[in-house]
Design a protein around this ligand. Structure first.
Ligand code: 5AD
Ligand code: SF4
Length: 500
């Protein structure tokens, strides 16, 4: 498959319920996702949030809605007629700014219509594009009322108040992350059986190709006590699985509840003590931060699911050096071996970039070799695309587009085969699944396997929110079918092949 947009294969942590397929299609097309809408109660103001990008942005959109709820804003289904519209942007993908400006063009008409009818629509641009291109936004779209970076969300109520008075736009893009987390209210809207919890933000690693260090700022870890309190709240609201989020989540090193500095392994052990929290995951990690304690945690914490997204980007040491990744291909191989030694059924996912500047045919062959050797359960692969302001954008030896397309195609067909093989290898296996919601067909439920695959099974809706034992009956390219086994999870030996 050759495409201008980075192409995404398989499933990821972004979709808690049965909407995986729709969401994957949305992400393939670069379409944004809306906040789960609920009808606005009588007399409330209507808030529409449109979200592009990663799960951290989805989380942030939820928190912005939380922060605005006390001001009387309730989620709306469409931007038309809304009292406030927030576009929560992502800069990591190509053409982020163009997509934003075309969306703004559409919203301008909706805003004018509302104003012609005597109303008011506050228009806000948030997220990484706001951070990086605040001045450009206010120059090109002067009808935007608020521009705020990812660290300014706790200031939204004040900014909304100022915007409703101000003539020009209110711009806030320079707050440290500590303030954001200290000042955001407790999350209010239940997220469902699978919940997301941001524990870390930002990145100091400066990979040659990446905008995150410039848009999300320096690494910041939330204190353990705040994370544990939020996790307990999520569980009380019905979460059975929590995915810890961070751009560099395994670099988390926060203040522990004992005053000492904890690492992620220590935090995971503490979270595993929360009753009724059946499953834990964390994403996205960097190979450089996979320390011994974290690898050992995969063997020691049963709640930690046997699936890890660990981007490697390339299998060539030369390219990894040019990317400033700080690890070699062999270092990645050793981490994979140690993880599998700690937990035999651990499956790996990764990110790959095809055609980074300077990448030769030999380097590309080394990436294919690494993929062959490791064997991934799923992965995301992207054609290198220059991001202004990053070192790789102006590096010599840019790879021609057609060659990048060819290499991406090779990487993707290998990864697609591996994903299908991995899914087929689950057929006949008995494992626990978390039932997350209703399935697409009547009488079906949607669930998650330990390896993050969407699963569907015939079962009553009463099972939603429960971890139940099942036997995988059939594998599809992007999902599994299962038969629910009677009894509680744990009654059946895990991963046992069913009798033929
Ligand atoms: N070009 C292509 N892919 C990129 N990614 C980040 N920046 C770029 C870029 N400039 C990919 C990396 C990263 C994932 C989130 O997006 O693989 O791990
Ligand atoms: Fe970007 Fe590299 Fe930081 Fe990941 S580790 S967010 S790819 S700079």
């Amino acid at each position: 498959m050759t495409t201008e947009m980075p192409t995404i294969m398989g499933t990821d942590l972004r979709t808690p319920q049965a909407a995986e397929a729709a969401d994957a299609a949305r992400r393939q097309s670069g379409e944004p996702s809306g906040l789960r809408p609920r009808p606005a109660p009588e007399g409330m103001k209507r808030l529409f949030v449109k979200t592009w990008g990663c799960q951290m942005n989805v989380y942030d959109s939820g928190r912005m809605a939380d922060v605005l709820a006390p001001l009387g804003y309730a989620p709306a289904e469409t931007a038309e007629g809304a009292d406030m519209v927030i576009l929560n942007t992502c800069h990591i993908r190509e053409k982020a700014a163009e997509k934003l400006f075309s969306e703004l063009g559409r919203l301008r008409a909706a805003k004018q219509a509302k104003e012609a009818a005597g109303g008011r629509m506050v228009l806000a641009v948030a997220g990484c594009v706001a951070q990086a291109e605040g001045a450009e936004i206010t120059a090109r779209a002067p009808y935007v009322d608020i521009v705020l970076g990812p660290q300014g969300y706790h200031r939204l109520p004040e900014m909304v108040a100022r915007a409703t008075r101000a003539a020009g736009a209110v711009i806030e893009t320079d707050f440290p992350a500590e303030q954001k987390f200290d000042h955001l209210p407790e999350a209010s809207a239940p997220q469902g059986p699978i919940a997301f919890l941001t524990i870390q933000e930002g990145c100091d690693k400066f990979c040659s190709f990446c905008v995150v260090p410039y848009t999300r700022g320096a690494e910041y870890s939330r204190p353990a006590a705040a994370v544990i309190a939020e996790a307990r709240r999520l569980v009380a609201q019905g979460a059975r699985e929590i995915a810890l989020l961070g751009q560099n989540v395994n670099a988390w090193h926060g203040e522990g509840t004992d005053g000492a500095t904890w690492n992620l392994a220590r935090l995971l052990h503490a979270l595993a003590e929360i009753p009724d929290l059946a499953r834990l995951r964390y994403t996205t990690s960097h190979p450089r931060d996979m320390d011994e304690a974290l690898i050992a945690a995969h063997g020691a914490i049963p709640q930690l699911m046997p699936f890890l997204h660990l981007p490697v980007q390339s299998g060539s040491d030369r390219v990894l050096r040019a990317m400033n990744r700080g690890h070699t291909a062999d270092a990645f191989r050793r981490i994979a071996d140690r993880l599998r030694a700690a937990r035999a059924d651990l499956a790996l996912s990764s990110d790959f970039i095809a055609g980074h500047p300077g990448e030769t045919a030999q380097d590309h062959a080394a990436t294919l070799k690494l993929i062959e050797e490791i064997g991934f359960a799923q992965a995301f692969s992207f054609k290198y695309s220059p991001r202004p302001g990053t070192p790789a954008a102006t590096a010599p030896l840019q790879v021609p587009e057609a060659e990048k397309d060819r290499r991406l195609h090779e990487i993707q067909s290998l990864l697609r085969d591996q994903q299908e093989r991995f899914n087929r290898s689950r057929e006949g296996i008995r494992c626990d699944i978390l039932v997350t919601g209703l399935g697409r067909h009547p009488g079906q439920v949607a669930a998650r396997s330990p390896w993050l695959q969407p699963v569907h099974a015939e079962a009553p809706a009463a099972l939603i929110g429960q971890v139940v034992a099942c036997e995988i009956t059939e594998a599809h390219p992007n999902s599994l079918a299962a038969r629910i086994l009677g009894g509680a999870a744990g009654d059946h030996p895990r991963e046992e092949k069913a009798a033929a």
